[in-house]
Ligand binder design. Structure first.
Ligand SMILES: Nc1ncnc2c1ncn2[C@@H]1O[C@H](COP(=O)(O)OP(=O)(O)OP(=O)(O)O)[C@@H](O)[C@H]1O
Ligand SMILES: [Mg+2]
Length: 528
């Protein structure tokens, strides 16, 4: 018995009995059962792999080979049908194998983007349960493998959306990407002029390595002498010209609207503290360490507008995509996007790159798992089609429209029923699937009716205690206290906004030759 089994052993016996009863009540004929067993055997790797669930009366386990399990995929199903638990099973096994297993090790990089917080919360409880059960050296291995992206009023993960020190793309393109997703994430409408001003201002921040800051924006826009001094450190002639000619290029109405947007963004402490720390301070505070597991909570809880969580998740996804083509393909990667339609509903730069990335990142050893209650109605049909084409397998839990996606792929045993009847019955079956039951369709194979592996809650401590230990022992390595952030921001304002001397412009990034949009699109297979 491994650690996972020990932690979650409680409900196993009961659920096995339930599974037997469920399978019996579905009345599968022997011929169907035989076909399913054959398909399951075709899918199965020689050894190891990932457990995807059980099949048939005897609940025999079905496993997928690593490269299939971690390939791009869709996980679909109504609320409460079992998507989150299914994803947790997959991530838990990956974490266990990458951090703890000597019998079946698998180096893996995992990134969770959770716009709803629940998957993040359950996975952090699981990780801390592993941590509690481990010895000292293993605890260190676990804690140093995990980076947490989270924000609250007490502690934040600092991020520097306008810092281009990684040099993956040009300064201008980074500013463009950030502006594009920030505008789309927000609920406000933007005039063409405001969009332009927002973009140009982002260019200044990137070039100067400045954090977004309301007081800086105000002085920069109001004080011409100050503005000229700041612009001396901006290399891009177009950006300089735009602000040097501010009288014409930036009418008062646009200037006011820009300031209002910045002010309203920065009025949320979680936002101000996490994006407001000057990038050079961040280099010092939290050395950029590469961690194999990144857990991002983009749920906006009760204190933040939804748009802010969406914006932050989109920023992070952009960073993941930008660095993906340079990753080591021998180390498998999985990017999990729960509630993915929240981030994909618009046709923007990010959506295009993500959908195409689902296919092309395979050569970088990376898959993208998109989860949703409903793809067919939540997303434009063009996006749905691309997702269907570019993914390797689909897990369809209780759902309506998506039953039609699976029907062409079910095993057909000889029977007296007409095609139309069979079709109707199948759709009804998928609409009424019990929680934890799903159809698994792996391209190239017929679909299988499975019951997902049991994933209970760690029973070692209460959820509240687990959360507290997680914050203290694991999350604290990637977050900083709100007080520290407040002090750093105040110091920066005193020097740069109120001070007489403006720091010299940063040296051009010497990391790599930055890629422009063309190169990025090429890397992601969107080549022109
Ligand atoms: N594999 C499983 N093992 C144990 N319990 C499960 C499993 N799948 C589902 N459940 C039970 O069903 C509930 C709902 O499952 P889950 O949260 O995974 O649904 P979901 O599809 O993610 O729903 P939502 O769309 O609302 O997020 C769980 O809280 C749990 O009680
Ligand atoms: Mg869920």
């Amino acid at each position: 018995m491994n650690l996972l089994d020990l932690l979650f052993a409680g409900s196993r016996q009961a659920s096995y009995q339930r599974a037997m009863a469920n399978t019996r009540s579905r009345g599968i004929t022997e011929t169907d059962a035989d076909a399913h067993r054959r398909i399951a055997r075709e899918l199965e790797p020689e050894r190891g792999g990932f457990p995807f669930g059980t099949i048939g009366r005897d609940a025999s386990p079905v496993r997928l080979p690593d490269e299939t399990a971690l390939a791009s995929s869709l996980v679909i199903g109504a609320s409460g049908s079992g998507k989150t638990r299914f994803i947790l099973n997959l991530m838990q096994r990956a974490i266990e194998r990458s951090l703890l297993s000597s019998a079946d090790p698998l180096p893996v990089e995992l990134e969770l983007v959770d716009p709803k917080q629940e998957t993040f919360d359950l996975l952090s409880q699981y990780i801390v349960a592993l941590w509690l059960a481990a010895d000292g050296a293993t605890r260190e291995r676990i804690a140093s493998a995990v980076r947490v992206i989270d924000w609250s009023r007490d502690a934040v993960t600092p991020v520097a959306p306008f810092d281009n020190s990684a040099g993956e793309v040009s300064n201008t393109y980074l500013a463009y990407l950030r502006t594009d997703v920030a505008i789309q994430a927000g609920a406000h409408s933007y005039s063409g002029a405001l969009r332009q001003a927002f973009f140009m201002f982002a260019c200044v921040l990137v070039e100067r390595r400045f954090p977004p800051n309301y007081r800086f924006a105000m002085r920069f826009l109001d004080d011409e002498t100050y503005r000229r001094r700041i612009l001396e450190g901006v290399a891009d002639a177009d950006v300089r010209a735009f602000f040097e000619e501010a009288k014409h290029s930036l009418p008062k109405q646009t200037r006011d609207a820009l300031l209002r947007r910045i002010q309203s963004d920065m009025s949320f402490p979680e936002v101000r503290l996490s994006v407001g720390i000057p990038p050079p301070d961040l280099d010092r505070l939290l050395p950029r360490r590469a961690t194999p597991i990144v857990l991002g909570n983009y749920g906006s809880s009760m204190t933040l507008p939804l748009a802010k969580g969406k914006e932050r998740a989109s920023y992070r996804l952009i960073d993941v995509l930008l660095s993906a083509p340079r990753r080591d393909p021998r180390r498998r990667g999985l990017l999990v996007i729960d509630e993915s339609p929240m981030l994909l509903s618009e046709e923007n730069e990010l959506t295009a790159a993500l959908m195409e990335g689902a296919r092309t990142l395979r050569s970088a050893g990376m898959g993208v798992l998109f989860a949703a209650q409903d793809f067919a109605n939540a997303l434009p049909s063009q996006i749905v089609r691309t997702l269907m084409l570019n993914t390797r397998w689909w897990a369809v839990f209780q759902s309506r429209e998506e039953a039609e996606w699976i029907y062409p792929h079910i095993a057909r045993s000889p029977s007296d029923t007409s095609d139309a009847d069979r079709h109707r019955e199948f759709v009804r079956t998928v609409q009424n699937l019990r929680r934890q039951h799903f159809y698994l369709y792996v391209k190239g194979h017929s679909a299988l009716p499975l019951r997902a592996p049991d994933v209970g809650d760690p029973a070692v401590r209460s959820a509240a205690e687990l959360r507290a230990v997680f914050r203290r022992e694991i999350a604290s390595r990637s977050t900083i206290a709100a007080r520290t952030a407040v002090d750093l921001i105040a110091k920066w304002e005193a020097e740069v906004v109120d001070g007489v001397s403006v720091p010299p412009a940063p040296l051009p990034s010497k990391a790599r030759s930055p890629r422009g949009i063309d190169q990025l699109m090429k890397d992601l297979g969107l080549g022109k």
